[in-house]
Design a protein around this ligand. Structure first.
Ligand code: ADP
Ligand code: MG
Length: 318
């Protein structure tokens, strides 16, 4: 190894992102010193990506760096929090400067987009894995938890579902459609602006990382309600429908993970206001896919109104 751990940190991480005024001390000391503004609550979340579990070890390093931050920002988005700081724990089998440079480029491009400063981390040798922790701010009482959905609220989701699940199945990426799907898997767009738009409008929210059925199921459990979802209303990309047909696309949208869209409960009275905010803010629209009700459990009906048999509990590590 040519460069020491400290030289690597200085070269690739110390100035990887823009500087924020609320960072009193960033990379380089034993801990970062950060100022949380008065009247804000700190939202903290962490996610680990392990090679050959969450991504393929041979994926472009730039995409790995991007996705490691994106999946974390998605969690802040689901809380309605505004991102501010991140730390990065990187475990590498060996030092490959080309890989590190590309990884940092991917991470930084997204960090700069949301004014997130990398303020610390750790660098270790071992099987390739990336742990990111993100910190964001939300006014007290405005965070969107998984609890709070009420019977009568609408079930809403951003963007489209199922693309990433199909991309996981691709053995070859030939045409434009496959490229689009692969992009959705490797570079999910964290719905940060949409999460902020949900403040004061949604009653509960979660991000879809393990699949709509699994994640909406968590929201139902936390809220103590049930829901009925219409398969025909699921937002699907043209690329997915053209690749696998509408019926299979619906199944992927229900069961497949890795979409990183937001799923939330919105009272009927708030709906048009939310859609207006998204349209004027250049944000992804929310599709209404069903309704919460008092009957526990999640039901899905097909276009003929028949109850669908649905399985696929979402990805489980253990
Ligand atoms: P310590 O031994 O006190 O934990 P380290 O040698 O691990 O300190 O790290 C030195 C400094 O570099 C710390 O400020 C740490 O937060 C930062 N750092 C280490 N690795 C990374 C990384 N991958 N990204 C950003 N900062 C890092
Ligand atoms: Mg250390």
């Amino acid at each position: 190894m040519s460069l020491s751990e400290f030289e690597l940190i200085r070269r690739y991480f110390a100035h990887a992102t823009g500087a924020r005024g609320d960072v009193l001390l960033g990379v380089g000391d034993d801990a970062a010193l950060l100022r949380v503004p008065a009247g804000q609550v700190l939202a903290v979340s962490t996610d680990t990506l392990v090679a050959d579990v969450h991504f393929r070890a041979g994926d472009p390093a730039e995409d790995i760096g991007y996705k490691a931050l994106a999946v974390n920002l998605s969690d802040l988005a689901a809380m309605g929090a505004k991102p501010a700081w991140a730390t990065l724990g990187l475990t590498l089998p060996r030092v490959d400067e080309g890989w590190l440079e590309a990884f940092t480029r991917g991470f930084s491009s997204l960090a700069r987009q949301w004014d997130v400063q990398l303020v610390g981390g750790d660098l270790t040798r071992g099987p390739l894995a990336v742990t990111v922790q993100v910190h964001g701010m939300v006014p007290p009482g405005q965070a969107l938890t998984r609890a709070g959905a009420r019977p009568g609220d609408r079930v809403c989701v951003t963007g489209t579902l199922g693309d990433a699940a199909q991309a996981l199945k691709l053995t070859e990426v030939a045409g434009a459609e496959e490229q689009y799907l692969q992009g959705r898997l490797r570079r999910p767009v964290p719905r940060v602006g949409e999460g902020l738009a949900l403040r004061g409008r949604a009653t509960a929210a979660i991000d879809v990382s393990d699949g709509l059925l699994a994640d909406l199921g968590h929201l139902l459990e936390a809220s103590g309600v049930g829901a009925t979802v219409r398969a025909a209303s699921l937002p699907l990309s043209d690329a997915l429908c053209r690749t696998v047909g509408r019926e299979q696309a619906q199944r992927l949208a229900l069961g497949g993970g890795d979409d990183y869209e937001l799923c939330c409960s919105v009272p009927e009275l708030q709906l048009s206001d939310l859609q207006d905010a998204c349209m004027h803010g250049g944000l992804a629209p929310f599709a209404c896919i069903g309704k919460f009700d008092a009957e526990p459990g999640l039901r899905c009906i097909d276009s003929a109104g028949r109850l669908m048999h649905i399985e696929q509990p979402g990805y489980r590590h253990f």
